[in-house]
Design a protein around this ligand. Structure first.
Ligand code: PLP
Length: 404
């Protein structure tokens, strides 16, 4: 992959150089990978010409969002804070959609004031509240209803959102009831049917199933939806054993649906846009021998990158300088946090490591910094955007003074 003469590079900068200059742990993004992902996403759905609303929760860095905006993407937001960041990044309200099961009155007020493209409502009570606020403001508000299509996305249970036992969206019956309710409202404009069945989806089949449910319910509702918001969820191969999502098949299935129902498509991808563009560079603090393994204790922990601790998932771990010297013992890569789940991976046949070596945790561009915390009163790492030989500090390292 990114090795030049056995040294790991992010674009034209070596990982050791970054570690030396900026200290560790540190997040780096490759502009080139980001750009390629956006270009590929557009190309994969070329025949559909979708509105692409980047899922801001996957990466909330303002400067990165500014770059994403330059490619014409909008934003999918799930809080007032995310909406404000999207606006600050220069994203037009006409390209902002607002999702989430627990929008507050204040958040709905803000969204209506900003005239965003859509509020995707997730319950009857929410719709009644939106209507009340719209009436008070004497405005007609564009909304979508999020359907729970009861489709198993075949991903981790913790990131499934479209099964009937999940809190997201409304059932088919409620959906149809709400369509009728909104049709009779003077303050609501039903523009969209939205779905998002989960994240890190690697098979096109759940999407095909979801589209079948949509076909059925659109017919039943007898409503002309200007938009079908299909959410995001496109997975990336975190481990070599994973297969890539077949975009061609997903795209064809959407085209079949569009032959029957004339609507514009919205996507809300997060992970597939930024996931593999991010790298977390970290240093080996200590190597501690145990009975059948060695603990490789890193200076990055679960507070910096929570996915493994939260979902039990693995990220590729690679050395900054490759050698042919293999360790006989299994390595368990752990962080310094006082939690047993603060563990990144257990790998046998890794190359022999020494204390102070630099290693890279890959594919940390999505749900890396955005899920990070100050647990154990640890300042969050800085973020760099690397463009060729240029390094841009797009977020400085937090200082202890910021926290204390
Ligand atoms: C999280 C989320 C997304 C993005 O999911 P990815 O798997 O990162 O593409 C899109 N839409 C909604 C409503 C979400 O909650």
């Amino acid at each position: 992959m990114n090795y030049k003469k056995n040294h790991f590079f992010i674009e034209n900068i070596s990982s050791e150089k970054i570690a030396e200059k900026f200290a560790t742990p540190i997040y780096c993004y490759s502009y080139k990978i980001l750009k390629t992902n956006i270009k590929n996403f557009k190309r994969n759905f070329k025949t559909i010409k979708p509105t692409i609303c980047f899922a801001v929760k996957s990466n909330t860095n303002l400067n990165l969002l500014r770059e994403i905006k330059k490619f014409g993407l909008g934003a999918d937001v799930v809080s007032m804070g995310e909406m404000m960041i999207a606006k600050k990044a220069g994203i037009s309200s006409k390209k902002i959609v607002f999702s989430g099961v627990g929008k507050t009155k204040k958040e709905i007020n803000y969204a209506i004031e900003k005239n965003i493209l859509l509020i995707n409502a997730e319950s009857k009570s929410e719709i009644i509240l939106i209507e009340k606020i719209a009436k008070y403001k004497k405005k007609k508000v564009n909304i979508g209803i999020r359907l729970n299509p009861n489709t198993n996305p075949k991903t981790l249970d913790q990131i499934s959102t479209g099964k009937k036992e999940n809190k997201f969206g409304v059932s088919e019956n409620t959906f149809l009831e709400l369509v009728n309710y909104i049709k009779n409202s003077s303050y609501l404009n039903l523009k969209c049917l939205s779905v998002h069945i989960g994240s890190q989806i690697l098979s096109h089949k759940p999407y095909e199933k979801m589209l079948k449910v949509l076909d059925k319910i659109i017919k039943k509702s007898n409503h002309n939806f200007e938009f079908l918001d299909l959410g995001g969820g496109m997975g990336i191969p975190y481990e070599n054993k994973f297969k890539k999502l077949n975009y061609k098949k997903y795209s064809s299935a959407i085209n079949r649906l569009l032959k029957k129902h004339k609507s514009k498509i919205i996507f809300e991808p997060g992970r597939s846009i930024v996931g593999n563009a991010g790298f977390l560079i970290t240093k080996v603090l200590y190597i501690k021998e145990a009975q059948n393994k060695s603990f490789v204790i890193l200076d990055a922990g679960m507070n910096d990158m929570m996915r493994p601790a939260l979902y039990g998932v693995k990220h590729k771990i690679v050395p900054s300088i490759k050698s042919k010297n293999y360790s006989k013992k299994t390595y368990e890569f752990v962080g310094p946090i006082c939690e047993t789940t603060d563990k990144f991976s257990t790998l046998s046949k890794f190359q022999k490591l020494n204390e102070n070596d630099i290693i890279i945790i890959c594919d940390t561009g999505a749900y890396g910094v955005s899920l990070s915390s100050n647990y154990n009163v640890r300042p969050k790492p800085p973020e760099l955007l690397i463009k060729g030989s240029k390094i841009n500090v797009i977020k400085r390292r937090e200082k202890l003074e910021d926290l204390i």
